[in-house]
Design a protein around this ligand. Structure first.
Ligand code: FAD
Length: 381
């Protein structure tokens, strides 16, 4: 289907991303998967190539493409197409950036954004805790004001880029008596005394992406590290989560398209009972159905990106595109593994890795069930 979303400038950027990934990530990715983490140098190389902070203003070292989320989408899509699931660029560019660019003070922007864009500062966002994931108002990590500082105590888990990160935006309670109205965001530089990392978590997929536990033990950070307004953290999160969900949907649609393309190739070439397996009516209908659904996903996703760029993407629409595309990605992955037969279960076939890597997308960034709750509330239910 003809794409209506991207213009020549985005396609040029796509070529840049693809060349970068082919040279700097694909040859090393298997080793990174064994290591459980990517090489730090790839972040610096990505920064030099202009793949970090595309929408950060140029005066802070960024690409100056604020207001055009298509550049972010192109990078996410190309990372998926290259099978480089260990690269946490999406989390850095799409999820963390707006907390710094939109909510940061001038001093914070000057301190952190140049390093953010050149890959010297890898970022993470720490919301989830062992006792609070979907229910963010239930976080227990505290930040108590003491003179010109906040003193943090608590624990976070499942944090993407957690082991590599130099700067973590931490969701804390500054007023535990006020529930969601007592939540704030505090940026913690990871060299700060009292900050430590736990074990690297062993996952079923995304093997090269470091996901870690973080601990705060009387961790004292300047009050000037507050991001946005005190006790307004929940609202800052709510304002930015649609962008995170759109980014996850970008990866989901690209993954579904890639799985389908790989499987169509396989179904044309693999023979059983003297015929290509794709010619059996069951497989032909299955692939026809998946192809239809993936086209619908792409169309809805493109619409959501245009709405986002126009400042109109609603919280409900962001929830819809997140749950629907990630559930579809998982359905497509499951069916494509089946069409590959035993080879679909072998990690040397990209569909097997895509099946494992994709499982988490209906969970992180807000689960499918939570997305449906958001949509249901939007319907007045
Ligand atoms: C690989 C990976 C990377 C991640 N990266 C990050 C990160 O960088 N930063 C970060 O902060 N977090 C991160 N997370 C955490 C992720 O966002 C949470 O796992 C997710 O929000 C779900 O929270 P939970 O695991 O506590 O599940 P729970 O909230 O305990 O939910 C368990 C089940 O109950 C369901 N449920 C919960 N509430 C409701 C409800 N109201 N109605 C219906 N069903 C409900 C859920 O849908 C789910 O099926 C990551 C997780 C993974 C696995």
């Amino acid at each position: 289907m003809r794409q209506h979303l991207y213009e020549p400038v985005h396609e040029e950027f796509r070529a840049l991303c693809a060349t970068f990934l082919e040279r700097e990530a694909v040859p090393y990715h298997k080793q990174w998967e064994r290591d459980g983490i990517v090489d730090r140098e790839v972040w610096r190389k990505a920064g030099k190539t202009g793949l970090l902070g595309m929408d950060v203003p140029e005066e802070y070292g960024g690409g100056g493409q604020a207001g055009d989320f298509r550049f972010q989408c192109v990078l996410v899509e190309e990372v998926v197409r290259a099978g480089c699931s260990g690269l946490g660029f999406g989390l850095h560019n799409d999820v963390v950036a707006p907390y710094l660019t939109d909510l940061g003070t001038e001093e914070q922007k000057r301190r952190w954004l140049p390093g953010f864009c050149d890959g010297d500062i890898v970022t993470a966002i720490a919301m989830s805790e062992p006792g609070a994931g979907s229910d963010l108002a239930g976080v227990r990590t505290s930040a108590v004001r003491d003179g010109d500082d906040y003193v943090l105590n608590g624990q976070k888990t499942f944090i993407t880029n957690g082991e590599m990160a130099d700067l973590v935006i931490v969701v804390v309670k500054t007023d535990p008596s006020r529930g969601a109205h007592g939540v704030s965001l505090v940026a913690v530089e990871t060299g700060t005394p009292g900050f430590s990392r736990g074990r690297r978590l062993e996952k079923v997929g995304l093997k090269a992406n470091d996901t870690a536990e973080l601990f705060f033990d009387d961790c004292r950070v300047p009050a000037a590290n507050l991001i946005g307004a005190e006790n307004q953290g929940f609202y800052h999160l709510m304002a930015n989560l649609p962008r995170e969900r759109l980014s996850i949907a970008a990866g989901a649609v690209a993954a579904a398209e890639r799985l389908l393309a790989l499987t169509l190739d396989y179904a044309r070439g693999r023979e059983a009972f003297g015929r290509p397996i794709g010619s059996f009516q069951h497989n032909r209908f299955l692939l026809a159905e998946l192809s239809t659904e993936v086209t619908i996903a792409r169309t809805f996703f493109n619409h959501c990106v245009s709405e986002f760029n126009a400042g109109r993407l609603s919280v409900s629409d962001a929830a819809m595109v997140k749950w629907w595309t990630t559930e579809l990605q998982n359905k497509v992955a499951d069916r494509c593994v089946q069409v590959h037969g035993g080879y679909g279960f072998m990690l040397e076939y990209p569909v097997a890795k895509a099946w494992l890597d994709g499982r988490v997308t209906t969970i992180y960034g807000g689960t499918t069930e939570v997305m449906k709750e958001i949509i249901g509330r939007g319907l007045g239910l």
